[in-house]
Design a protein around this ligand. Structure first.
Ligand SMILES: [Zn+2]
Ligand SMILES: [Zn+2]
Length: 175
């Protein structure tokens, strides 16, 4: 994969937003939360994902470069809220459930929209989302076409289940 270089100014804008929102959470809970690690490695059509155990946020570099500040304002709090919900309520909380909405609106003071509205044409052609029982896979155009033509099928290496195309799938792994 070609690595996209994110300009320093844009990375700083990401961290500024992250720290501002994290500060709101610290004040609200009177608790010191560590700063999540931010990496720019999200592939496919997902805007971003929250890696709960790793306390890490992965952002899509292509969509970040295309949408800049509106992307930051929406995606950074969205993923941060997933981390904070996990920290406060554990894994039992539904990904975009009551706790998450409350975290977004009351604590992080951000409108809670479940999915993002960015144009994804530029990233869409590269991968296609497929679902098994345990995770969302991103398949290449070539594999996608082979499946659609009935030439091959793919199984998840982890759960063994056949991968099924999920066109309407939300653009996130942590759902
Ligand atoms: Zn699986
Ligand atoms: Zn989400």
């Amino acid at each position: 994969m070609n690595k996209i270089r994110i300009p320093i100014a844009l990375q700083q804008a990401v961290m500024r937003c992250l720290r501002e929102k994290l500060q709101l959470a610290r004040q609200h809970f009177a608790e010191e939360f560590p700063e999540p690690k931010v990496v720019y490695q999200q592939r496919g059509t997902s805007a971003g994902t929250a890696w709960l155990q790793d306390w890490e946020i992965r952002l899509n570099p292509v969509l970040l470069m295309e949408n800049k500040q509106p992307f930051i304002d929406e995606v950074v709090p969205h993923e941060l809220a997933h981390l904070l919900v996990f920290r406060r309520f554990g894994q039992a909380a539904a990904p975009h459930g009551r706790e998450w909405r409350w975290m977004m609106e009351e604590v992080l003071q951000t409108p809670a929209s479940r999915t993002h509205q960015f144009g994804i044409a530029s990233v869409q052609s590269k991968t296609f989302p497929y679902q098994c029982r345990c995770q969302l896979h991103q398949l290449t155009v070539r594999r996608h076409n082979r499946i659609q033509r009935g030439e091959s099928e793919y199984r998840c290496r982890r759960c063994g289940e056949k991968l099924v195309f999920s066109a309407g799938e939300t653009r996130e792994l942590r759902d």
